[in-house]
Structures are given as C-alpha cells and as structure tokens.
Design a protein around this ligand. Structure first.
Ligand code: SIN
Length: 348
C-alpha cells in the first residue's frame, strides 16, 4: 500500500513537472475523416474536434501537460485575415499570461505556410510555436497526423526550441515559417524550403536542430494587438497572354496592393509596365514575385527603366508570403512611400 502511494506521488510529481502545452485546433485534413481507410481523397476535412485529436495520441501526455482549444474547424482554404489576427492574439495571450509554455496549432496543409508566416511576423516571444498538419485523413492507413502531432508537442515542449519563433513540423522535419512551402499536392513529404533547407529533424521525441536559433535575415515584427483588419492585397498570376486589365479590376474591387506571381525572376510583359508604374506611384504598390517556387527575385531592369522602386520586388518571399507581408506593411505605413515599403522585402 505504502509503495503504491509512493509510486503514485512520484508519478504526480513528474507529470506536474512537465511543461504546459496548448494545442489549438483550426481544422484541415489532420481532422479529416473518410469512410474508407484506403482512400486519401474526397474525405471530409475538419470533422474531428480537438479532444479527439489529443485522444488519438495519448503519448503526448508523457511529454507535456496538454490543454486543447478548438479555435475553428475549417479547411485551410477558408482561413482569412480576421481569423489570423485573432489566432495571433490568442497565441500571444496564452504565452504571456502563463497558461502555456509552448503552443501547437493544427491546421490544413493548403495554407499552412501563410498562417505560419503571419504568426511568425506578429509574434515576438521566446516560447516555441509548432504548426502541424497532415496529408492523410485521420482514418487512412498510415495516417500521418498522429505522429506529426506527437512530434509537434515534443517540439513545443522542448527547451532547444525556445527563441526559434514559429516553426512548421510534418514528416519528421522542422521547417522555418518564413521559407517553408507546400510543394506537392499528394506526398506526405510535401513541405520544403528548396533554397534554405530545414531547421532540423526528429530523433524520436527529440528535436535535432541543424543551427542555433536564428531569425530569417531582416524578419520584421508587427504589433497587431490593436489591429482588427488589414488592407486587401491580391495576387495575380503571370503567364503568356496575361491580361493587365486585371490590375485595374483588382484595385477597383478594393485592393490596396498587388503581388504578381511573375514568370521566372519576376519578368512581366511590356504591356504591364505603364499600368504597374502608374499604380505604384499612386500609392498602390505592384510587386513582382515569382511563380517558380524558390529563390530570390532581384530588382531588375524593370525597376531601373521605371525609376527607383516604382515597381517593387518581393526579394526572398514567395507570392503568398509576400502578400501577407505587404498587408502588414501597408497597414502600418500606407503605400505612398514605395522605397519604405520595398525596404521590408530587400534582403540587404
Ligand atoms: C486543408 O488545407 O484544410 C485541406 C488539405 C489538407 O489539410 O491537407
């Protein structure tokens, strides 16, 4: 009897010593269900509630004291700026009021990188935030969600993850919120940062980092504590025969800035140049990014022929991340000073 009491006391003491990790569930395939265990298509995403996600991985309770929050239950294609503003404030509140020492956010893969990037540039505390998702619904043979959640909790509760901001973890890899992007429609190995690489990997429950904590070069921070909405920024896609009148349509629909997923290293047809220059000089920046999926978009001859910064470039950011950064910059500084806006994208 005495031994049982002692063992129970030792168990309680060690469980109480574990860090507090809050799992915030937003939806996605990780919470998806399909009637057939052999099908990974046409499933219903965002079906399972946060408690079911946690119950599927009881092993997380050996890593941390877990608290679950159901933030939303939506496919990530339905994520939007107003939800992201709320999510970022929730993360900051949970860490600053001491309810959590680490955060896990479950999310759909489709826009995971956008939410991760948004959170990373609006969060400036040292506690780890691990964004996690899955490519296979929870009902699939070899569903990837449960192990991904286990590793995300391991990451969020690890001291070695402190001061690394927001990370993305799937498929045993840890990626930067700034650079990691979805590269494949089907594969569980879809998240990559082709140029910049991964931050680390897992050895069972232990995150193994390749680098000391680092911030992406010139990664900014925006205080959104008093912000309830952000300016609309659209993305247009570059292609043969691309129609420049879409720029005007977008602006008449309320866009305060436009990112173009241009061909190659940010090239645009000559038919676009006068309109892009006109709008950029009128305070609605038109920004060249690239549809290629990786690497830096250089300020090129377009900038030089049209005058310094009359035609902006997204530097290291892909179109979807550049769109978010442009929203935050426009919200704080407006679009009339294009060289100021450009400074947030210049990696030097
Ligand atoms: C989604 O992004 O919500 C659906 C797709 C996925 O999670 O893989």
């Amino acid at each position: 009897m005495k031994l049982t009491i002692l063992l129970f006391a030792a168990f309680c003491a060690s469980a109480a010593d574990l860090p507090h990790v809050t799992i915030i569930a937003t939806g996605g395939t990780i919470a998806g269900v399909q009637k057939s265990s052999t099908s990974t298509t046409n499933y219903k995403d965002s079906e399972l509630a946060v408690d079911a996600l946690i119950d599927a991985v009881p092993e997380v309770k050996d890593l941390a004291q877990i608290n679950g929050v159901q933030f939303s239950n939506i496919g990530s294609e339905n994520m939007n700026t107003s939800l992201l503003l709320r999510l970022s404030k929730l993360v900051t509140t949970l860490i600053s009021n001491g309810s959590a020492e680490g955060i896990v956010i479950t999310h759909g893969t489709d826009t995971l990188e956008e939410s991760a990037f948004f959170l990373d540039v609006t969060y400036d505390m040292s506690a780890p935030v691990a964004m996690v998702a899955a490519m296979r619904p929870s009902t699939a043979l070899s569903a990837d969600g449960p192990f991904n959640i286990y590793e995300a909790v391991a990451l969020a509760s690890s001291k070695t993850a402190i001061n690394r901001g927001v990370m993305m973890t799937l498929n045993d890899r840890i990626g930067s919120a700034v650079y990691t992007t979805k590269t494949n429609t089907r594969s569980v190995d879809t998240f990559k940062a082709v140029e910049q690489g991964y931050l680390g990997v897992f050895n069972d429950k232990t995150p193994v980092f390749y680098y000391y904590p680092a911030r992406a070069y010139k990664k900014p921070f925006f205080d959104i504590s008093g912000v309830d909405s952000l300016p609309k920024v659209d993305i247009l896609y570059g292609h043969i025969d691309s129609d420049v009148t879409l720029v005007n349509n977008s602006i008449s629909n309320g866009a305060k800035g436009i990112v173009v997923a241009c061909t190659g290293d940010g090239s645009l047809p000559t038919t676009w140049k006068e309109i892009a220059k006109y709008w950029t000089e009128s305070g609605v920046p038109i920004m060249r990014s690239s549809r290629t999926g990786s690497s830096y978009v250089a300020p090129g001859k377009d900038n030089l022929t049209l005058g310094e910064y009359s035609y902006l470039n997204s530097g290291n950011y892909n179109p979807q991340k550049a769109r978010i950064l442009l929203q935050l910059v426009l919200n704080e500084f407006g679009g009339s000073n294009s060289s100021l806006v450009q400074k947030f994208f210049d990696p030097y």
